[in-house]
Design a protein around this ligand. Structure first.
Ligand SMILES: [Zn+2]
Length: 197
């Protein structure tokens, strides 16, 4: 359904001679492939909320493992860091975006300098209040090793540089939820029923 919808929308724009410079979608595999093969002149970017949702699920599962609950207070920070990485990286090269993202695995063990050549130091000011008193993870601990696997996974390396730095899909999600209120997906309506609703 997603792919069909995208194809029709792209046709519509083409028909009206509107060029699509950037396209922001979730990270649906079929969509990614179709855009790569059919929209050569378009930059394809991922909606941050969708990528963050996937990561949150993994971190939450990790927090339920034995001796790994220390990751819980960091889940929100990591989502924020993902949004920051995307929002502050318009037109930057992929390696730098990735270096920014990966600096979180140092920050989380209370190391804020010497991350990498491309992104040497955290850009936050001196930490105050809650941020300073949050419990740092311990290098070498099971939870820290597993967290690093998530931060540096192959999937992340592919997804992070593709995050949209500006437009997101939240307005569209909002629109769909209004439509869904009047025409719930669980009920099958006739074409006319659907149109009226
Ligand atoms: Zn830091």
């Amino acid at each position: 359904m997603e792919k069909e919808g995208l194809q029709r929308s792209v046709e519509f724009f083409k028909h009206h001679n509107i060029n699509i410079k950037t396209l922001v979608t979730d990270r649906h595999v079929q969509i990614k492939k179709w855009v790569r093969e059919n929209m050569e002149d378009t930059t394809h970017a991922f909606d941050v909320w969708h990528v963050a949702k996937g990561m949150k699920k993994k971190l939450f599962a990790l927090s339920k493992e034995k001796d790994c609950s220390d990751v819980s207070p960091w889940i929100k920070s990591m989502v924020n860091h993902m949004y920051w990485t995307a929002a502050s990286s318009a037109n930057l090269n992929e390696d730098l975006i990735l270096a920014k993202w990966q600096s979180i695995s140092n920050h989380i063990i209370n190391i804020h300098d010497g991350h990498s050549t491309l992104f040497p130091s955290c850009q936050h000011d001196d930490l105050e209040g809650r941020e300073r008193h949050k419990k740092w993870l311990k290098p070498g601990s099971k939870v820290y090793e597993k967290l690093q696997d998530i931060v540096n996974s192959r999937q992340m390396k592919k997804d992070i540089p593709m995050l949209s730095s500006g437009q997101q899909t939240s307005e569209l999600e909002g629109f769909h939820s209004v439509v869904n209120h009047f025409a719930p997906k669980m009920i099958g309506f006739s074409f006319h029923g659907m149109l009226s609703r």
